[in-house]
Design a protein around this ligand. Structure first.
Ligand SMILES: [Zn+2]
Length: 79
């Protein structure tokens, strides 16, 4: 039993401006500690028609660790 289609991608969403369902463009908006925030925009007029946040935090931790290339020397407390 294949489990590779666990996440359903939104191929088209209803656009209130076009008054019909149109293909959407998915854009990565934010990388949050608890997941990535995506934005769906109508590919015809560009109106934002939806968004979603996945629960994949691996990207955040990858970026967070990459931006911390030179960690400050851990301060030793106490003498
Ligand atoms: Zn539209």
């Amino acid at each position: 039993m294949s489990d590779s289609f666990g996440e359903l991608e939104a191929a088209s969403l209803f656009c209130p401006r076009c008054k019909q369902a149109n293909p959407v463009r998915k854009a990565l908006l934010l990388v949050l500690p608890d997941g990535k925030k995506y934005d769906y925009a109508c590919s015809v007029c560009g109106t934002q028609v939806g968004g979603k946040t996945d629960s994949d935090s691996s990207e955040f931790h990858r970026i967070a660790s990459a931006s911390r290339k030179a960690p400050p020397a851990s301060r030793q407390s106490g003498s």
